[in-house]
Design a protein around this ligand. Sequence first.
Ligand code: VNL
Length: 194
Amino acid sequence: MSLRYALIALLTGRPMTGYDISKSFSRSVSHVWHAPDSQIYPELNRMERDGLLISVEVPWGKKGTKKEYHVTDTGLADFRAWMESPLVPQRQRDPAYLKAAYFDFADPKAVREQLRQQRTYWEEQLRMLEGTRATLVDRSHPTLAARLAKLDEREAELAVRFKVYAYDGLIAHARTELAWIADGFALLDELYDS
Ligand code: VNL
C-alpha cells in the first residue's frame, strides 16, 4: 500500500516516464521505501486506473512516444491525507535478529560468514547513505534539484531539511547495525575457542 505513496512522493518532484521513475526511485525514494521494478510498473498502472496519476503521451526518439506520469489532484489529496494519518508501527521482522537469537543452532563458522556478509552490506549502505546525504545538503542530487527548481527558498529549505533528517536516521541505523555486528564477532570469540 505504501508503494503508491512512495511513487506519488517521487512524482510530486516532477512528472516522469516509467523508465525515469524506476531509475530515479532507485537513487532516492528506495532508500526509505524499497521496491523492485516488478512492483513499480504494475502499481503505476493501478494508480492510473484509480485516478491518482494520469499519463500523457510525450514524443520519444524519431517517431515514437512514451507515457509520462503526472500526479492528479486526487493523487495529491490522497497523499496528503495519508501523510497526516496515524503512523502504524511496523513490528520487528528481520531474519538477522531471528537468526541471532538462535545462533546456538548453527556452526560458529557459518555464523561468522553471515556476520561478515552483513558487515559488508551495512558498510556499503553507510557509504551510499552518507554520499547521498551530501548531495542533498549541497542540493546536487538530480531528483532533488528538479524538485527544488519549482519551489521558493522557504519551501526548498523544508524539502531539503526533512530529507536530510530522514537520512540522518538511516545513517544512525546503519552505524548501530555495524556496532551490533562487531558485538556478534566479539561474542563468538568469547563463547567458542579458536
Ligand atoms: C528525493 C531526492 C528523495 C533525493 C530522496 O530520498 C533523495 C526527492 C528520499 O526529491 O524526492 O535521496
